[in-house]
Design a protein around this ligand. Structure first.
Ligand code: SF4
Length: 481
């Protein structure tokens, strides 16, 4: 494969093969994605017209992106009027620097965090650790994977790939406890005990943003654990990191967004905790941070506006496309080598982090279209997967061997006689290699790499068709006589 020097090529195929052969992962992912899919279907069925609501969300997201700069300025103005500090981060390094500097200004050596894909995207924990600041994840799933030293494997269920027995074993190894996999309440209580201390000692809380509302300068966070509220209200300083596309112009728009987010993600009409934050605590508020900082993260998003991939910015990060995807169900999230996995990850990862580095991801799809069917914003992920594949051909990113093969196939397919002659030859010469309908090609000679190619059928479709026509003609003649 010809790759540009200095580009780190991510080996999806190798990671996927490892995941496919991990029985614990297969069991955990099958169970969790099935539960998510079932709950989503039940929740949407309760709505009088979920299709119309999804159309409405799509229209809201498209209209917002069409004037994103204006909405962002409105948001900034109103957030500042409410007392929040708004920072613009061009890329991951910029966002890391902003957060670390705020933490250093407050002499923080410990920060508590709630689940945030944006902070995963910018590798914020690594930057904090490098600055001598300890980040502690407080969402239970995130805390589990932090203990395990792993990245999240699902947008809304970061530890979804682990069985409860594996979590118990992890707790026992890291915390000196003695849990069995059945003692889920005991493990949760243990996490609560450890994390409560952290909430009380941290001087900074860091969160993501599910949706920001321009008309009031507010940010909204949805969680199913109380940790999000503790992160945003117990420490004196709250920093929220948000992708700059996560914006709704009005509260009416945000209501549509939220009513589809919970249902599409976990099957809940609304997540258990929906927190709205508009600036820091006021004099008569019983609690809340004295300072609120909002970091608006670009990191490649604005470059997608107005182009053929703008639609990907309509994503509300519900995870429904992961749960329905046959590829995600087999390989799980880590195989994608990005915080964003599944069909959304297969599109947004190459767009944000480089098509050459992640050339395999647009091919990590059967193009069955199930992701489009379930997406609450009706994002046409299959279209963009095909666009990315076409870009790879145009930019000559695909392997040379594959390019030569596809060029030759196109040439032969345009010459029917030659095609018939070659398939006849192939039928003859494949005999020693064909078994049970598949070709057993030596590894280096198999152009499909990890997949087995089907053997040529003993008779071609054209031959069968011609036979069928003759048989039909004979029958018609008999019937006519
Ligand atoms: S692409 Fe659609 S289904 Fe997938 S996470 Fe985004 S909003 Fe949800």
């Amino acid at each position: 494969m010809t790759h540009t020097p200095n580009v780190t090529f991510y080996d999806f195929r190798k990671s996927a093969a490892k995941a496919v052969n991990d029985p614990n992962l297969q069991r955990a992912v099958d169970g969790a994605t099935l539960r998510f899919r079932t709950h989503r279907a039940e929740a949407l069925a309760e709505l009088p017209d979920s299709d119309a609501l999804r159309d409405h969300l799509k229209a809201i997201r498209a209209a917002t992106l069409a004037c994103l700069a204006d909405h962002l300025e409105t948001f900034e103005r109103n957030a500042q009027a409410a007392g929040a500090h708004v920072h613009w981060a061009r890329d991951a390094a910029d966002a890391q620097r902003i957060v670390v500097e705020i933490a250093q200004q407050h002499d923080a050596d410990l920060v508590v965090k709630s689940k945030s894909m944006a902070t995963e995207e910018i590798h914020l924990n690594d930057a904090l650790l490098a600055a001598g600041i300890e980040p502690v994840e407080t969402d239970l799933g995130e805390w589990i994977i932090q203990l395990a030293g792993e990245p999240p494997s699902h947008i809304i269920g970061p530890a979804l790939h682990k069985t409860r027995q594996q979590v118990a074993e992890l707790f026992n190894r890291k915390l000196g406890t003695n849990f069995t996999g059945d003692d889920i309440p005991g493990m949760t209580e243990q996490a609560r005990r450890v994390l409560r201390e952290k909430f009380l000692s941290a001087s900074i809380g860091i969160s993501g943003v599910n949706v920001a509302v321009a008309e009031t300068g507010s940010i909204v966070l949805v969680t199913n654990e109380g940790n999000g509220r503790m992160v945003t209200s117990a420490p004196p300083v709250h920093i929220a990191v948000m992708g700059l596309e996560k914006l709704a112009p009005t509260w009416d728009d945000a209501a549509v967004w939220l009513s589809l987010l919970g249902r599409s993600a976990t099957g809940q009409p609304l997540s258990i905790y929906t927190a709205t934050i508009t600036g820091p605590a006021q004099a008569d508020d019983p609690d809340g941070p004295q300072e609120v900082h909002i970091v608006l993260l670009d990191n490649g998003r604005s470059a997608l506006l107005g182009g053929k991939y703008e639609e990907i910015l309509q994503c509300i990060r519900c995870g429904a496309c992961l749960n329905i995807c046959p590829v995600y169900q087999e390989v799980s999230g880590h195989a994608y080598g990005s915080p964003y996995s599944g069909p959304i990850g297969a599109v947004i990862t190459p767009l944000l982090f480089g098509l050459e580095e992640y050339e395999a991801l647009p091919h990590a799809s059967s193009l069955c279209g199930a992701c489009l069917d379930v997406c609450p914003a009706r994002i046409d992920l299959p279209r963009m997967l095909l666009e990315l594949r076409a870009d790879e051909v145009e930019q000559r990113i695909i392997p040379r061997q594959e390019r030569l093969l596809e060029g030759s196939a196109a040439w032969v397919l345009g010459r029917p006689r030659l095609f018939r002659f070659l398939t006849g030859l192939g039928r003859f010469f494949q005999r020693p290699l064909a078994r049970n309908g598949s070709l057993r090609l030596p590894r280096g000679l198999n152009p499909a790499r990890d997949r087995q190619l089907p053997a040529l059928a003993p008779r071609s479709f054209r031959e069968l068709w011609d036979d069928g026509l003759s048989a039909n003609d004979a029958t018609s003649e008999e019937e006519g006589t």
